[in-house]
Ligand binder design. Structure first.
Ligand code: CS2
Length: 496
C-alpha cells in the first residue's frame, strides 16, 4: 500500500488525481484580506468562498493572511505553517458522497503571541483592504445585561492600561490603524463573521468605545476611514475528529494534520458597505443586501437557537451529536413547535415564505447523519450563546403576551444541564468561562429555583418577570423529577 502524502505546497500537485487541488497560481495571489481567527468555521466558509473565487473567477487579488491571537491557537498555527496554508475541506451531504477539496486561499499566516509587532505591521499594510473576524461570541467582550462593550473585562482593561502590547482584537486594531494614519494611509473595512446580532455594528461600537477610552481624538479619523458591514454567516462545521484525519489517510492517501469537515449547505449575506472596492463575491453565491436585520434574526433564532436547544435537551438524554438528537422524533417535534409557535411569530411576516424554506432546510441539515457535530461543541460557552440565540425570543414573546412555554422549558432544562449527569447516569463535562457560577447557581436552584435566573450577567432582569418565573419553576420541577425524554413526550401532547 502507498504511503499517504504529506500535504504541503511541494506535494499538492501529486494529489490532483485523487482530489480537487488548487488550479490557480498561488505565487500570483496578492494578499488583501487579513482574517483574525482561523477557526474551522473560517476555513469552511470565508476561505472556501475566496478559494472558489480564485478558482473560477480569477479573484487573485484577494488572498487571505490568517492571523491568530490566542495562545490556544498555537496548534493550528503550527499546522498551517507546516502545510503552507493548505488544508483539506471535506464536504458531507446527507444524500451525496463526500467532496474533498484542497483549499489554497490562505497564503500567509501570523501568530500574535509569537510576534505581536508583525501582526500589527501586517494589519497596517496598505495592501490590506479588509480585516475580517471570526473571534466567537466571547471575543467581543460584551456585557450580557446591556449588550454593550464591557470595559471592565480584565483582558480589555489590561489592553487599555498597556495599549502597546495588545491581547484583544481591539487592541491590535487600534495599533494597526494608528500606524496607518501616521503613514498617511487610509483605513479599511472591518468585516465581522460571527454569530452576533448586528455583528458589524457591534464590533464598531466595541472598537470605538475602546479607542475612546485610550485616545478619543483619534476617533474622527477612524470614523472617516473604516466601514463595518453587518453580515450573516451560515455553514455547519463540526470539530475535526481523529477519524476524519484517518479517513483522509486511508481513503485518499492524504496526510493532513487538521482537515475541516462541513455540510454542503452554505450561505453568506453581507451589507454592501465596503471601504475599498470589494471582492466580487456575488459570483460565488454571496448575497449583498442593504439591511441584514431580518436574515440575522432568522438565522440566530432558528438555527443557532435550534442547535442550543438540541444541545441542552440532547445532552440530558445522553445523546452525543446533533443528528442523534434531531433524529429523535420527540425532540424534533418539540423543536419544530418551538420554531412555529415561539420564534416565527416574532419574525418579519412579509418574509414568511423565506422563513418556512429556511426552517425546512434546517431540519434536514440538523438530521444529516454524516456530520458528527458534537453536542459538547454546541453547549460550550452557552452562557454567551443563550443571551444571543434564545433570550431575544423570550423578550419578544413576553412583550407581546405570547406563548413562552417551550422557551421557559428550555431555560429550566439548561439549569438542570449544570447538574452534569445525563439520564443514563453518565457524567459529562461542562465548559464555560463562568462554569463555576452556573454550576453553583444550578445547585442552589434545587432549594430555590429562582437562584439560577439570578445570574444577572446572563439573564438581566428576567428573574423579576412573574409570567416567566411561573412557567420556568413549574418546568424545572418536572425536569428534576423525571427523564427529559418523558417530559418532552408529555410536553408535546399537552404542555406540562
Ligand atoms: C452553532 C454554530 O456554535 C454554535 O452554537 O450553532 O457554530 C453553527 O453551527 C453555525 O452558526 C452554523 O452556521
Amino acid at each position: 500500500m502507498q504511503n499517504p502524502v504529506y500535504l504541503n505546497i511541494e506535494n499538492v500537485e501529486s494529489l490532483k488525481n485523487r482530489v480537487s487541488t488548487p488550479t490557480f497560481d498561488r505565487d500570483k495571489v496578492m494578499t488583501s484580506i487579513a482574517h483574525i481567527g482561523v477557526s474551522n468555521f473560517h476555513r469552511a466558509h470565508q476561505a472556501y468562498y475566496m478559494h472558489e473565487l480564485m478558482e473560477k473567477h480569477g479573484g487573485l487579488n484577494y488572498g487571505i493572511c490568517g492571523i491568530d491571537l490566542l495562545d490556544a491557537d498555537r496548534k493550528i498555527y503550527n499546522v498551517l505553517k507546516d502545510q503552507d496554508g493548505l488544508y483539506t475541506l471535506i464536504v458531507k451531504d446527507a444524500n451525496e458522497s463526500d467532496h474533498v477539496k484542497i483549499i489554497g486561499s490562505i497564503v500567509e499566516y501570523f501568530f500574535g503571541p509569537e510576534n505581536p509587532m508583525a501582526v500589527i505591521e501586517r494589519l497596517a499594510h496598505p495592501d490590506i483592504e479588509i480585516i475580517s473576524l471570526t473571534i466567537a461570541e466571547d471575543g467581543y467582550h460584551l456585557n450580557e445585561i446591556t449588550g454593550e462593550f464591557d470595559q471592565e473585562n480584565p483582558v480589555v482593561a489590561e489592553d487599555v492600561k498597556n495599549p502597546f502590547y495588545p491581547k484583544t482584537v481591539f487592541g491590535y486594531l487600534f495599533q494597526a490603524f494608528k500606524l496607518r494614519k501616521s503613514r498617511g494611509l487610509t483605513g479599511c473595512t472591518i468585516l465581522s463573521c460571527d454569530n452576533i446580532k448586528g455583528n458589524g455594528d457591534t464590533v464598531k461600537e466595541s472598537f470605538f468605545n475602546y479607542v475612546n477610552k485610550i485616545e478619543p481624538e483619534f476617533l474622527s479619523w477612524l470614523k472617516e476611514n473604516t466601514t463595518f458591514p453587518n453580515s450573516m454567516v451560515d455553514r455547519i462545521t463540526p470539530l475535526t475528529r481523529s477519524e476524519d484525519i484517518d479517513t483522509l489517510k486511508n481513503n485518499f492517501l492524504i496526510d493532513d494534520q487538521w482537515p475541516v469537515v462541513c455540510e454542503s449547505f452554505t450561505n453568506w449575506i453581507i451589507e454592501d458597505n465596503f471601504f475599498h472596492e470589494r471582492p466580487q463575491w456575488e459570483k460565488g453565491g454571496v448575497q449583498f443586501v442593504e439591511h441584514i436585520e431580518f436574515y440575522d434574526k432568522m438565522k440566530l433564532q432558528l438555527l443557532n437557537a435550534g442547535h442550543t436547544i438540541l444541545g441542552i435537551l440532547g445532552t440530558l438524554q445522553g445523546y452525543k451529536t446533533v443528528s442523534e438528537a434531531a433524529n429523535d422524533e420527540d425532540f424534533m417535534y418539540f423543536l419544530k413547535t418551538y420554531m412555529d409557535e415561539e420564534v416565527i411569530p416574532v419574525l418579519d411576516k412579509a418574509e414568511v415564505h423565506l422563513v418556512e424554506k429556511y426552517k425546512s432546510t434546517l431540519i434536514t441539515r440538523f438530521k444529516n447523519p454524516f456530520i458528527y457535530d458534537s453536542l459538547s461543541r454546541i453547549c460550550d460557552e452557552s452562557s454567551t450563546k443563550v443571551p444571543i440565540f434564545i433570550l431575544p425570543t423570550v423578550k419578544a414573546q413576553l412583550s407581546k403576551d405570547k406563548v413562552i412555554d417551550r422557551v421557559a422549558f428550555v431555560i429550566a432544562a439548561w439549569c438542570k444541564y449544570y447538574d452534569g449527569v445525563d439520564d443514563q447516569g453518565k457524567a459529562y463535562k461542562v465548559s464555560d468561562s463562568i462554569s463555576n457560577v452556573l454550576i453553583r447557581r444550578a445547585t442552589q436552584s434545587q432549594q430555590d429555583p429562582i437562584k439560577f435566573l439570578e445570574i444577572e450577567s446572563v439573564f438581566g432582569d428576567l428573574n423579576t418577570n412573574p409570567v416567566f418565573i411561573e412557567k420556568y419553576v413549574r418546568y424545572l420541577h418536572h425536569i428534576r423529577e423525571r427523564t427529559i425524554k418523558d417530559c418532552i413526550k408529555d410536553f408535546n401532547v399537552n404542555l406540562l
